[in-house]
Write a protein that binds this ligand. Structure first.
Ligand code: PMP
Length: 445
């Protein structure tokens, strides 16, 4: 398998220093919150698949829902307005789930990148229909990650995902993220930094001209950029500024929706109602590729008021609203609510964050620990705490490898070790991850 993998499969994100890719770790089984590799080594999955396996790998109600749907209606397109019970029932459930966020209408996609693309496109449509076709630009945060389609890559705030693909969509501008450990203002107070970033946003809007901007897209907690939770004043500040300037706010909730932050959605975590929420990942818990963009009623109404009718919107995918995905999502939502995974995420997230802070006390190489909002945490590794010089890639690969040997899969992203385990984690699992990391860092020392 290792030879065939090297010969036939392209892994563009696997860095040569990534110890789990070279030689590759071949995962053969998964159960509960653990994965097992081809050598029979079982570890706690500290990555939760890829921030998406919130309910763990053994969710029987989801498996039953999928096989039941496969037997009944394995597929039919909803592209032109045909519909089916699975997608309708899911839309109703999502409407309830997102009601506190002011989002009432669902548009289905096949994953996070599609959800982002959809929201970006619909934002332009919205302004055009309202006679403001000059609003075509987008704002986003540096360090933001919004998937790999051209729109998403254009609003992406990380050079790694952009430079190879330029020229990207014109009219995309990035503002500083409220990243306390490193920022252009040298500001270490999170609240003051949030204010500075909001002022930078106001500046950029003035510079571009508010009437030229369609939307601002942001993650409620920056994820792939290194788990960067903003100060509580930041997202409400962004909402207020966007509303004042007629700019739509797109919350990229691909990671944060469905309990990961300890709240049901990332926007709700900060008390914000966005105009769109992009979802995917945990909506089906990894059991089926699926996503949904949730749309605020006032935006959806605008589309319907278009005198040329809905067809003017010209947007949809063959797999928009795949019935098997919809059935999986319905079962996932039911389990997510029944198990109150948000509450467990908040409690276990605190334990994990406290444990990482304790490790920082022990190992000089851990420059920054971020988290404290549910089960998304990161450690930023440095070779020198004073200069904050990033750690050597090989060293971080070695920590990852030793941690894996000692019982936990963790993710390396740039200088960060990222943790996004299933939300059904127990305190015992948290301790397994922490002691595996302890072994990982000890090997480096
Ligand atoms: N937005 C965010 C915030 C993400 O984290 C991701 C994936 N990690 C995406 C969009 C893209 O999702 P997908 O990989 O399902 O296309």
């Amino acid at each position: 398998l290792k030879e065939k993998n090297a010969r036939s499969l392209w892994h563009p994100m696997a860095h040569p220093a990534d110890s789990l890719a070279n030689p590759p770790t071949i995962v053969t089984d998964a159960a509960g919150v653990t994965i097992t590799d081809v050598d029979g080594h079982t570890v706690v999955d500290g990555v939760g698949g890829l921030w998406n396996v919130n309910l763990g790998f053994s969710c029987q109600p989801v498996k039953d829902a999928i096989s039941g749907q496969l037997d009944r209606l394995p597929y039919y397109s909803i592209f032109r307005g045909t519909t089916n019970d699975a997608v309708i029932e899911l839309a109703e459930e999502l409407r309830d789930f997102f009601a506190p966020d002011g989002l009432t209408r669902a548009f289905y996609t096949s994953g996070g990148s599609d959800s982002v693309e959809t929201a970006l496109r619909l934002a332009r449509q919205y302004h055009k229909i309202r006679g403001e076709g000059g609003r075509t630009k987008y704002l986003s945060l540096k360090k933001g990650y919004h998937g790999t389609h051209f729109g998403g890559a254009s609003v992406n705030g990380n050079a790694n995902f952009r430079t190879a693909y330029e020229p990207l969509l014109p009219g995309c501008f990035h503002i500083p993220a409220p990243y306390t450990y490193r920022n252009p203002f040298d500001e270490t107070d999170p609240e003051k930094l949030a204010q500075l970033c909001l002022a930078a946003l106001e500046d950029e809007i003035a510079f571009q001209g508010a009437g030229t901007i369609a939307a601002l897209i942001m993650e409620p907690v920056l994820g792939a950029g290194g788990v960067i939770p903003p100060h509580a004043s930041f997202m409400p500040g962004v909402r207020e500024i966007c509303s004042r300037h007629g700019i739509l706010l797109i919350a990229d909730e691909v990671i944060t929706a469905f309990g990961r932050t300890g709240s049901w959605t990332g926007s709700r975590h900060w008390g914000v109602q966005p105009d769109f929420a992009c979802t995917a990942k945990a909506i089906t818990n990894g059991y089926f590729p699926f996503g949904a963009v949730m749309i605020a009623e006032h935006v959806a109404e605008t589309f319907e008021k278009d005198e040329t009718g809905r067809a003017a919107i010209g947007h949809g995918y063959t797999y928009s609203g795949h019935p098997v995905g919809a059935a999986a999502a319905l079962a996932c939502l039911a389990e997510t609510k029944r198990l109150k995974v948000n509450e467990n995420a908040a409690a276990r997230g605190r334990e994990l964050h406290d444990g990482l802070l304790a490790l920082q006390g022990k190992y000089e190489v851990i420059g920054d620990v971020r988290g404290g909002h549910g089960l998304m945490c990161a450690m930023e590794l440095v070779s020198d705490r004073n200069t904050k010089a990033p750690i050597d890639k090989k060293a971080i690969g070695a920590v990852q490898e030793e941690t894996y040997r000692a019982g936990a899969m963790v993710r390396v992203s740039g200088p960060n070790i990222i943790l996004s385990p299933p939300l059904v984690l127990t305190s015992e699992d948290v301790q397994t991850i922490l002691s595996a990391l302890d072994a990982g860092f000890a090997a480096l020392a």
